[in-house]
Write a protein that binds this ligand. Structure first.
Ligand SMILES: C[S@@+](CC[C@H](N)C(=O)[O-])C[C@H]1O[C@@H](n2cnc3c(N)ncnc32)[C@H](O)[C@@H]1O
Length: 273
């Protein structure tokens, strides 16, 4: 395997910076409604505020820790974690539009001393960041192959440091069309499983691997994503047009059907060096 086989940073950048400008406005409409005021913290992933803080606490994040958020996006989660747990965070992302939004939110939150941003592909800029106490990922690591990315995380972590992430996974055999649709729409090299993440963590030298199945809350969240889209159809169409509304809804429905029929799920993964 080539060191970076299946790594498509340009596709990821295109997905977030070029294809989705209206998509971002739609997301800003949908996400607060899906999560509600208690759980929406500006995330662009399928995790509630409570799940994010629980994951960070379990990864030992506290006032004295330095965390790398790989694929930090607009930094909703990073800001919430830094505010709640008092840690320092370095956020890395290759999307210019996400980082611009992140920078403005960090300033507004008065957290410029706590959260630093680095622009670029984690494989290119990561080496200059470590060593850190924890590397975290929220809905971002589907874009990365764990077989090349986890060894990098291992290098960036201090001895005893933790890796922690939440991500979509495949639970059953997905037919070729759906697999192609998911990998293309997510700009993802693969759709990993509980087992493949476990083996990749283990092969990269991580120990005490903890895996928690979050598929049930994920199912409820996906149903909510459909309900909210239907409820806000008119506003979504005003922002992005009826074609966008339909194709977006179809993708979410395909994913939801796959989850309901036991093919897709969601997991929390944690391990230490
Ligand atoms: C779905 S968003 C999640 C953002 C954030 N973690 C959250 O929960 O709100 C995924 C992010 O990962 C970033 N990303 C994907 N591949 C990356 C890479 N190779 N290097 C840096 N960032 C990457 C994307 O640009 C995008 O902002």
């Amino acid at each position: 395997m080539k060191p970076n086989a299946g790594h498509f940073p340009q596709e990821v950048k295109r997905l977030y910076d070029n294809v989705l400008p209206e998509g971002q406005r739609v997301r800003d409409l949908i996400f607060p409604e899906v999560f509600g005021p208690q759980q929406y913290i500006g995330q662009y992933s399928d995790n509630t505020a409570d799940q994010i803080i629980a994951m960070a606490r379990r990864a030992g994040v506290g006032p004295d820790t330095h965390v790398l958020d790989a694929g930090c996006g607009c930094c909703g989660p990073a800001i919430h974690i830094a505010k709640t747990l008092g840690c320092r965070i370095t956020g890395v992302d290759l999307s210019e539009s996400h980082l611009a939004k992140a920078q403005a939110s960090i300033q507004k939150a008065g957290l410029s001393e706590k959260i630093k941003l680095v622009k670029g592909d984690i494989f290119e800029v990561g080496a200059a960041i470590g060593p850190v106490d924890a590397v975290i990922g929220l809905g971002a690591w589907c874009h990365l192959s764990p077989r090349t990315f986890f060894p990098l995380c291992r290098q960036l972590l201090k001895e005893g440091g933790r890796i922690a992430f939440m991500e979509r996974i495949r639970l059953g055999a997905i037919d070729a069309d759906l697999y192609r649709q998911l990998t293309t729409e997510w700009a993802a090299p693969s759709v990993e499983t509980f087992a493949s993440y476990y083996f990749a963590l283990s092969a990269a030298g991580f120990r005490d691997i903890f895996i928690h199945d979050l598929t049930e809350p994920y199912k409820a969240l996906q149903r909510r994503f459909i309900e909210v889209r239907l409820k806000l159809q008119k506003q979504i169409e005003e922002i992005a047009g009826p074609e966008y509304f339909q194709s977006d809804l179809e993708l979410v429905r395909a994913e939801t059907d796959a989850t309901e029929s036991g093919l897709l799920g969601y997991g929390l993964f944690m391990a230490h060096t």
